[in-house]
Design a protein around this ligand. Structure first.
Ligand code: SF4
Ligand code: SF4
Length: 375
C-alpha cells in the first residue's frame, strides 16, 4: 500500500462531521469541578486523565473528505447484512457453527446495531499518550500498533489518526434484556455479545478496505494478533488496545460508575477503531473529567447509582461501601461461575462466547443517552 503525502485536504473542524452536533462547548461549571474532585479520590480501577489533558479538546484541521468517507462507510455497514445479530446463521445462529442439541432453527435476520457515532483523535494527543500510564504499560500507542503492522513504513505519532466508533445495540436487544430480572442476560443480549463482536470486526474490515483501496496505510488492533488481554495490569485485566479508552480520547464519551463508556447513544453499545497514516479532522472532547457523563460522580454521589443496584454480583460499589467503582474480579467471578453455566444450558444456539452479563447496562438512565441530572 502507498501512503499519499497530500490528499488535497478540505480544511474544516472535526465537529462539523458530527451531523447532529450533540455536544456543547466545554464550560467548567461548579458541577464539573465537583466531578473532578470526586475523580481525584477514585480507586485505580478506572484510569484517570488530568484536567490539562482532558481539556485538550482542540479543533484541528485535516482531510475532511476522507473522514466523511469513513463515516459513510460505517453508515453503509450498519444498513448492510454484515451488521447481524446472527439470528439467521447456520445451526440456529451459533458463531462456532457447532451442532446444537435441540436443533434450534434459523430465525429471521436482525441487525445488531443502530447507526454509529464516530470520532477522530491524533496519535500525538496527550490523552492518547497517557493511556500507557492510565491503562497499562503494555497498552499500545497508535504508532506502536502501526509499526507492528507496517514495520517498513516510516511514520510518527502526529501523522496517525485513530478513528473510533461506537455502535449502539438495537432497541430490541436492549428491550429483551430490560425485561428480565437482574440475574442473567437475555438471549438476544448474548447474541449481541457474540455476533456483535463478529459484526464489529466486519465494520473494522470495511474501514480498512476503504482506506487501503485509497492507498493509505491502516490497521485495526482487534483484527490483528497484537490484540491481547493481559491479567497483570495495575487495574487487573487490561488489553493491549482498549477500544473504550480510544473512544474517550476521540471525544465520544466518559466512564460511568460501572466502567461503561457513557456516550450520546448511551452505554449499551460496542466500540471499535482503526488507525490510519493520515491527518483527519480532530473531534473535540466536550468534557473536562473522564467522569462527566455519570450522574453519580457529577452529583458527588447524591444521584443515581442505578447500575450498582442492578448488579447481581454486588461488584459495583458506591461511596457507602468504600471507594466507588466496579471490581473486575467480582464481576468476572460472577460471570464465569454463574452466568456461563446458565447461558450454555439455556441458549444452546449461542455457545461460542459465554462470558457476558450486562445487567448494569440496561434499566439505567445512561442506557441510551447521556443522562441529565435532577435539579
Ligand atoms: S447508572 Fe447512573 S451511576 Fe451508573 S454509570 Fe449510569 S449514570 Fe453513572
Ligand atoms: S456485568 Fe454483571 S456482574 Fe459485572 S458489573 Fe455489570 S451487572 Fe455486575
Amino acid at each position: 500500500m502507498r501512503a499519499p503525502e497530500d490528499k488535497n485536504p478540505e480544511q474544516i473542524n472535526g465537529d462539523e462531521l458530527l451531523e447532529d452536533k450533540p455536544f456543547e462547548p466545554v464550560k467548567i461549571t461548579r458541577r464539573k469541578l465537583f466531578t473532578l474532585m470526586a475523580g481525584a479520590g477514585l480507586i485505580a480501577a478506572i484510569p484517570r486523565f488530568p484536567l490539562a489533558e482532558a481539556a485538550m479538546a482542540e479543533s484541528d484541521k485535516g482531510d475532511a473528505n476522507l473522514a466523511r468517507e469513513v463515516v459513510k462507510n460505517l453508515q453503509e455497514f450498519t444498513k448492510s447484512e454484515k451488521n447481524s445479530l446472527g439470528m439467521d446463521t447456520p445451526q440456529g445462529g451459533n458463531a462456532a457453527h457447532k451442532p446444537i442439541p435441540n436443533n434450534v432453527p434459523p430465525e429471521p435476520f436482525e441487525h445488531a446495531f443502530d447507526m454509529p457515532i464516530v470520532g477522530f483523535v491524533r496519535g500525538d494527543d496527550p490523552a492518547v499518550q497517557a493511556l500507557k500510564i492510565n491503562v497499562a504499560p503494555f497498552h499500545m500507542t497508535p504508532l506502536e500498533l502501526f509499526k507492528k503492522v507496517h514495520p517498513d513504513t516510516p511514520c510518527t505519532d502526529a501523522e496517525i489518526t485513530v478513528i473510533s466508533w461506537v455502535m449502539p445495540l438495537q432497541e430490541r436487544v436492549k428491550a429483551e434484556q430490560r425485561g428480565l430480572p437482574d440475574i442473567y442476560p437475555s438471549r438476544r443480549w448474548g447474541k449481541g455479545r457474540t455476533f456483535g463482536e463478529i459484526s464489529s470486526d466486519q465494520s473494522r474490515l470495511g474501514v480498512l478496505e476503504l482506506l487501503s483501496s485509497q492507498g493509505y496505510y491502516a490497521a485495526s488492533a482487534a483484527v490483528t494478533t497484537h490484540f491481547k488481554i493481559i491479567p497483570e495490569s495495575a487495574y487487573g485485566f487490561a488489553s493491549t488496545w482498549s477500544e473504550r479508552h480510544y473512544a474517550y480520547c476521540a471525544g465520544l464519551g466518559t466512564f460511568g460508575l460501572s466502567d461503561g463508556l457513557i456516550t450520546p447513544v448511551g452505554k449499551a453499545h460496542r466500540c471499535a477503531s482503526a488507525i490510519v497514516k493520515a491527518r483527519l479532522p480532530v473531534t473535540p472532547r466536550p468534557y473536562v473529567s473522564h467522569r462527566d457523563h455519570c450522574l453519580y460522580f457529577s452529583s458527588g454521589g447524591k444521584q443515581c447509582g442505578a447500575c450498582a443496584k442492578h448488579c447481581p454480583a454486588k461488584a459495583i460499589q458506591t461511596y457507602k461501601e468504600g471507594i466507588p467503582g466496579r471490581s473486575k474480579v467480582l464481576c468476572f467471578k460472577y460471570v464465569t461461575d454463574v452466568v456461563t453455566p446458565y447461558v450454555k444450558a439455556k441458549y444452546p444456539d449461542n455457545t461460542a462466547y459465554t462470558i457476558y452479563c450486562g445487567r448494569c447496562q440496561v434499566n439505567v438512565p445512561c442506557e441510551s443517552c447521556i443522562p441529565k441530572a435532577r435539579t
